[in-house]
Design a protein around this ligand. Sequence first.
Ligand code: C2E
Ligand code: MG
Ligand code: MG
Length: 699
Amino acid sequence: MLAALKNLVRTMQPRSLAGRAVLFTAVLMTVTALLSASIVLAGADHEAERQELAITHDLTEHLASRVGEAMARDATQYLPYSIASAATRDEVRSISIIDADGRILAQSDGADVDSPLIHRLTQEAMSAGRTVYSRERDGALAVAAPVIREGHALAAVVRIWEQGAYRFDLVPSLAPFLMLLACLALAAIPLSAHLVRRAVAPLGELARHAERIGEQGQSTPLALQTGDEFETLAKAFNNMTARLDASMRQVQEIAFVDPATRMPNQDRFAREIDFFILRNNASSGAVVVFEMQRLSKLMQTLDPDAARDFLRVVAERFSSAVRTVDRIVRRGQGARGPVAARLGATEFGVFSPELSQSDAARFAQHLNAALNQPFDWRGHKLTLGACCGVAMTPRDGGDADTVIRHARMALSAAHSAPARVKFYTQSLDREAVARINLEREMRGAIERNEFRAYFQPKVNLVTGRIEACEALARWVRPDRTIISPGRFIPVAEESGLIGPLSDAILREACWKAAAWARAGHPAKVAVNVSALQFRSDRFAENVLRVVQHAGLAPDHLELEITESMMMEDPDRALRVIQPLREAGIRLAIDDFGCGHSSLGALSKLPFDVIKIDQQFVRALERGDAHAAGIIDMILALSRTLDMEVVAEGVERKQEMEFMAVRGCHWVQGFLYGAAVSAPEFAELLRRQSGEDIEAGDAA
Ligand code: C2E
Ligand code: MG
Ligand code: MG
């Protein structure tokens, strides 16, 4: 029943909880009223039937006894009177006195003597010897009582009106009660509706509040002072939403704020751009990505607290320069301000909406200049070497990811751009694709062993003989075309392929040098070390293993390391090279003069050889007096530090003589030949030995 009620309420679909409660109560009360009324009526019916039967029984038995007595006294002539007086009662329909053969001895008006029921009932009463009754089809009750006197069998049958004849008597007593109940039920519906509505009103408020939070995300606390469970519920609700708010703020902070600088991070930056593009897809905006090249090295040398502090100073400089946008360029009234963000460890970005390309150029240059101003920090003057790439939206990208990617592409080209500011162009895209293709080809080439060591002779200026060489990587394609390192080294460094590539060259150089020595034409071999190889903790171990496997005398291997690799972390560099030195491997500083090492730092580093960078030799060719001075100074320094000097890029006899006169030990350059393949270099050595023998024989 309850389930049916619930279903009824559900099908009527009242919207609010209060509405449902009201409807449910109303239906419940109506049903209760109906039920109780039917129970009362059913009870009344039952009672009426019981009374009806009892009265009819009594009356019939009374009549039967009167009939009996009359027969006993032989005074049956009085029977019609007795019957007539009994039949005057309201409820009596008819009375009949019937003998065993079914003959009517006496009867009241309206008696139906032919009724089969009456006959059946009289037979039953007479054979059973007791009073029997039966309900007729029309609801009338017939009662038959047997009368047996001195061999005569008779029966008195009384029929009374159908059930309900007494109802009139019963209903008047129950009617007021039922009426009252019905009135109460009717009155209770609006009353209970009102009460329920009042009772659940706070719940409604709570529901509306929750709805508002869902729609608007706001959560002003809900003030409910009902002093009951609703107030407790509201307080719990307020606490919950306050905690949720706090968690949301934390999540937003973690997701969108750079913790070190408190600036928006890349995700937030991208959202701002996407938001602008969506709203103003026609107007242009500029995305500028900055990189501070020296920042990462600087951060590595500082302790974490100092690094964070310096980063904050940089971020502050950047943000305040960004805020001056309206002094640098003219923008429309009410144009949204630029958004500055930290995009990576050494990368910052700014998005300026509503900016033309020429204004974007001015703005980017202004910011770049601001970042390139030296920072006065804790008594140091620090410069960061900033450069930037610019991409315009919507021209260079219809979404944040694309436009940022294009600005980054421009940034990688900005390192070599005149003002270190570069705009994105489609040709950059093509170059990037070419680089990716080259990288893919290189991976295959490493597997196919296409990177080979070529050997450039190094001549000892005292003996005038080729006594050493430098191994230089060459990519020998299957079609025999040869690609120089200038094309593939930058890609190899960027992609990390430089590690396996340099390892392969080191192995080949060691094996070839060992073979020449075994053939009786020894030559020292110098191998270039990549920054990536040098950073590996197993670098020295690897080199020693290769030398040992190749069977090369350790002092026949020279490792060329650049100044910048040593200066990245001088203490670590010393630890790395120590086992190599102990094994007898020689160490050379390559491209000396290009880096930033101080002479003081140099004196502490245990090198055997300095290689004068070819730019000084080139300058010498041009008659640059400074170059001569610098070379003199390097040679003087080498004598003091007991180091040998190699002059690189010697192309003419004059420079060779310049070096020889000043006590330079070795020269290397096109004057003696470019790098050649291993068999060609072996041939050079063989020829030189043959000449020596011939010269000896001649002597
Ligand atoms: P590097 O170590 O300074 O090598 C000397 C470069 O100068 C070589 O260029 C050489 O061919 C070139 N050179 C030698 N003599 C002359 C000359 O008289 N005139 C001119 N104009 N150039 C001369 P290459 O082979 O193109 O190599 C360029 C750079 O690539 C090398 O500079 C070195 O830093 C790097 N590299 C080459 N091979 C390897 C390698 O196996 N591993 C690593 N990590 N780097 C390598
Ligand atoms: Mg070199
Ligand atoms: Mg060099």
